[in-house]
Design a protein around this ligand. Sequence first.
Ligand SMILES: [Zn+2]
Length: 95
Amino acid sequence: MTATYDQWLDAFSTAYDAVPGPPGSACPNCGHHCLQLVFTGDLDGAIGYAHLWCNHCLQGIGISRTAIPDQAIVQDIRLPRDQRRPEIPNYHLVQ
Ligand SMILES: [Zn+2]
């Protein structure tokens, strides 16, 4: 059974509130504590795109135009996609 988008949104909310700490909850899909939350945005900007995924099962969601919390992990959107760090794996986007 795979997690629903709503379950991923709950995990996103928990992970978002946990910044700058690691996401607090287990993966809603596989139950491993392998979630990672990374934003893509202008390093000086407050708005960006959020990526939340699980490094174990490679499922996750993307959230567009969200506020980037202080001390979050942010990829620089001005760099070419393949030069952005940290790297984001090609995970399956739950819709
Ligand atoms: Zn997982």
